[in-house]
Ligand binder design. Structure first.
Ligand SMILES: [Zn+2]
Length: 818
């Protein structure tokens, strides 16, 4: 390899001709498609191109993954365009304000967002090579931005696994091990998050770093390259219904124009493909919808293949699908996309400008009210999307009131955040904030509701008239008191209502500061404090040698407001010495992982502990679970999974002993079904009586009939027992994101969050039968068993890491329930 490079450098310095650029095959030393290329080799090839065609490529490292792999984008165009890249960018962005006269098309190609959909990155190398050589004419009026791998950790997980397990030579028999990944497999990133569900929520480092570059460019066209099952023909635009209603006619039409151009090449080669099915444009966190809501033509392309395909696999019709085939198809659509864009630069720029003109949406302003920490959290997310917001004035706002789902009013103050749809990012703001998304078709495989005020637990008004706001107002910066911690103070009180407060608690516990919490509301220093408020006393921390310094540092670092008090004698409620003010102890937490737990839901909990709560977690694999002494842990978490064979009668008895002796068990979603029943715990599934008088339906209507029983992700209003420790920090209702029609009976005691009746549906699609089924069922509850507890979470508050307001239930389960 080194020798090859040296030869090339000599050539290029001697003659300076670009035709001598090495193809991926020549650079890598094997024919592209005959091996999977590790991520670092891909980066090396891009670096090689950038060094040897430096006038036509600009390579930028925009971040690093969890496993410290570099994230890169390459800007590819003509020497003139690359030299003028910054002015092209600025001119393009001016277009969003109706100014400037941009003449270039901006096309962004994103590869391998899904780890084991591994053809994409291979195809990217051939695509950039062709753009620099045989297809360079497309670049005269086009800047192509290529991200060869959005998800390097996921890709290398697959590639390394495949290289370890593949037959030599590779075996196309689909039964061979090389076509069956083990546990911790698939499409996701290091923390098992699906990055193609994270564009709007930005919970992952890859998304957080990429979105900054994306917002600097706002491409006209964005393609997300994927793979689907081995036996599927290729899928490309136009997308399937439902489309979000903000998708413009031009965006629909241009998808068709691009699809037809692809079809021309596929037809000429006799390749199969389909369009207008399965892959819809609704959920805003995909690599096709998100760019669409930012004015671009966002598309998903799907090759048949993924983790089962290897270097070659036999398909069900007896053909062999090879990595070479998969590369050829993605190469063709990638180049065809650039071709169409380069032929339509004028139209793309004209329509892009139009997209950014004021849309005059029905809702002109959203006003948000609630806990300051939650307002801060949503403001931070809006800022990452460059959605502008301001602060309300004293007054009243009228409109759709989120808590009731009806017309209502909200008294406004400067602490209320106001988001207007009359702004450049108005469409995106509308999609993320609107109370209920209109569905043109209910057949979709993803969640159909995500409205941010519900996700963040904020009251909100959607107003049909513009609500005045001040961009520079906002909440008064409060003194944190951190600097004033002193040994003269009897105790400090702090709030309990948000993940910020939870991080304050875990930081204290990790540094051995003893913390108590109030089981009942109390009045001190002339103020009321709610259940769950933290109390840090001098007396408890007498033996902590750096108590003052540590508490001060943590409070300041976390911007926590401490209320000092010089007495433990409260004005009303329980004094600080009361048994109703118990101590939170250092809690040892373990989670089950491995087969048969769900990798995605395991990952959500893993990420929650390490990246959100910052608290240690022991991960126990089911393979050696039997050898672990559970009594070493205070809490055992069972993530969602398919446990039917795992929890035998013996194992269930062990779990019961663990709980009876004072352990806490948190069972989430499918795990509940594994531990109930005859030998398990008391929770019961709701029995559904089937209606035998249903009409007999024509075959073609069966799929639509089925959706009466479906909930794929919809928002429901639940009742909350605020007096229960599991609900500290919450009000009397909570909006839950239901992901299935799983229905469990309320508990005899310990029902904390529940669906009261069939009318609690707020937003998103929920089938009529499913709504009846989940009426009057449990969402979160606690069963007391001996000295311990089982905490049931029928819904998953950690789903995709974005349902901010559900997370405190999980923290309460860890620390408050006892
Ligand atoms: Zn995919």
């Amino acid at each position: 390899m080194k020798k090859l490079l040296l030869t090339f450098f000599l050539l290029s310095t001697t003659y300076g001709i670009s035709q001598t650029l090495l193809s991926p095959s020549d650079f890598l030393g094997y024919e592209l498609g005959s091996e999977f290329t590790r991520h670092h080799q891909v980066v090396d090839y891009y670096k090689y191109l950038a060094e040897n065609a430096s006038d036509r490529i600009k390579l930028v490292e925009y971040g690093k993954t969890n496993e410290r792999r570099p994230l890169i984008v390459a800007y590819v165009s003509t020497p003139e365009n690359i030299a003028a890249l910054e002015s092209i960018r600025l001119e393009h962005l001016k277009n969003t304000t109706g100014q400037g006269s941009p003449t270039k098309a901006i096309v962004w190609l994103s590869y391998n967002v899904h780890g084991n959909e591994s053809v994409s990155t291979e195809a990217s190398m051939q695509t950039i090579y062709e753009l620099l050589t045989s297809k360079s004419s497309y670049l005269e009026n086009t800047v192509v931005i290529m991200d060869p791998c959005i998800n390097p950790d996921g890709r290398d997980r697959y590639v390394n696994w495949y290289n370890q397990f593949k037959n030599t030579p590779n075996n196309i028999d689909p039964n061979s091990k090389e076509h069956h990944e083990g546990w911790l497999n698939g499409r996701s990133n290091h923390y098992m998050f699906d990055l193609n569900r994270d564009w709007a929520w930005l919970t992952q480092v890859e998304s957080q770093q990429r979105i900054k570059v994306f917002n600097q460019w706002l491409p006209h066209v964005h393609v997300d390259f994927h793979e689907q099952g081995v036996n599927n023909p290729y899928y490309f635009a136009p997308a399937a219904e439902p489309f979000h209603e903000v998708v413009t006619d031009f965006q629909r039409d241009f998808q068709i124009a691009i699809g037809k151009n692809h079809a021309k090449y596929f037809d000429a080669n006799g390749w199969f493909y389909f369009t207008k099915e399965v892959f819809d444009l609704l959920y805003p966190s995909y690599g096709d919808t998100y760019p669409t809501y930012n004015g671009g033509i966002g598309m998903t392309y799907e090759q048949g293949g993924s983790g089962r395909a290897g270097l070659g696999v036999r398909t069900f019709i007896g053909d062999t699908l090879t990595l070479h085939d998969r590369i050829a198809h993605h190469l063709t659509t990638g180049l065809s996309t650039v071709e169409v864009a380069s032929k339509n630069t004028e139209k793309l720029n004209r329509e892009f400008r139009k997209f950014y003109q004021n849309k005059n949406f029905k809702y002109k302003s959203y006003v948000l009210n609630g806990d300051p920490d939650k307002i801060d959290a949503i403001a931070e997310l809006l800022s990452s999307h460059e959605i502008k917001y301001g602060w309300a004035k004293e007054g009243t706002a009228k409109g759709h009131l989120y808590s009731s789902g009806k017309l209502g009013t909200l008294k406004t103050t400067p602490a209320n955040l106001v988001v207007s749809t009359n702004q450049a990012k108005g469409t995106l703001a509308q999609v993320l904030m609107e109370p209920n998304t209109k569905l043109s078709d209910s057949l979709t495989y993803d969640i159909t509701a995500w409205s941010l005020p519900y996700a963040f637990g904020l009251e909100a008004i959607a107003s049909q008239s513009l609500v005045e706001s001040d961009p520079s107002g906002g909440q008064e910066p409060q003194p944190t008191m951190g600097a004033n911690v002193s040994l003269d103070t009897y105790a400090y009180i702090s709030d309990w209502s948000s993940m910020k407060d939870a991080r304050f608690l875990t930081a204290l516990v990790k540094e051995n500061i003893r913390v108590r919490f109030a089981k009942n509301p109390f009045w001190a220093e002339g103020k009321k404090f709610d259940r769950g408020n933290l109390i840090i006393t001098k007396g408890d921390n007498r033996n902590h040698k750096d108590f003052v310094e540590t508490l001060s540092r943590i409070a300041q670092g976390n911007k926590t407001i401490l209320t000092p008090t010089n007495t433990g004698f409260v004005e009303k409620g329980n004094d600080f010495g009361s048994s109703y003010v118990p101590m939170i102890t250092d809690t040892k937490i373990a989670m089950l992982s491995g087969e048969p737990t769900s990798t995605l839901e395991f990952g959500e909990i893993w990420h929650f502990f390490e990246q959100q709560l910052h608290y240690p977690l022991t991960i126990l694999d089911t393979e050696y679970y039997d050898e672990v002494d559970l009594s070493e842990y205070d809490v055992l978490i069972l993530p969602n999974g398919w446990y039917s064979k795992f929890f035998t009668e013996n194992k269930l008895q062990e779990l019961k002993d663990f709980v009876s002796n004072g352990g806490k068990l948190i069972a989430m979603e499918g795990a509940i079904r594994a531990i109930n029943g005859e030998h398990g715990f008391a929770i019961k599934e709701k029995e559904i009586k089937k209606d035998s008088t249903e009409n007999i339906l024509p075959y073609e209507e069966a799929e639509r009939e089925d959706i009466k029983n479906a909930i794929t992700g919809a928002i429901f209003k639940t009742k909350v027992d605020q007096t229960h420790p599991l609900a500290y920090g919450y009000g009397d209702h909570y909006f839950t994101l239901k992901l299935s029609d799983d229905a469990f009976e309320n508990l005899e005691t310990g029902t904390v969050v529940y669906l009261e009746n069939a009318n609690s549906h707020i937003a998103g699609f929920a089938g009529s039968e499913a709504k009846k089924k989940i009426a009057n069922t449990l969402v979160f509850g606690v069963e007391e068993v001996g000295k311990g507890q089982v905490i049931y979470m029928v819904d998953n508050p950690l789903f995709r890491g974005f349902w901010e307001n559900g997370k405190l239930f999980f923290v309460n389960a860890l620390f408050m329930v006892k």
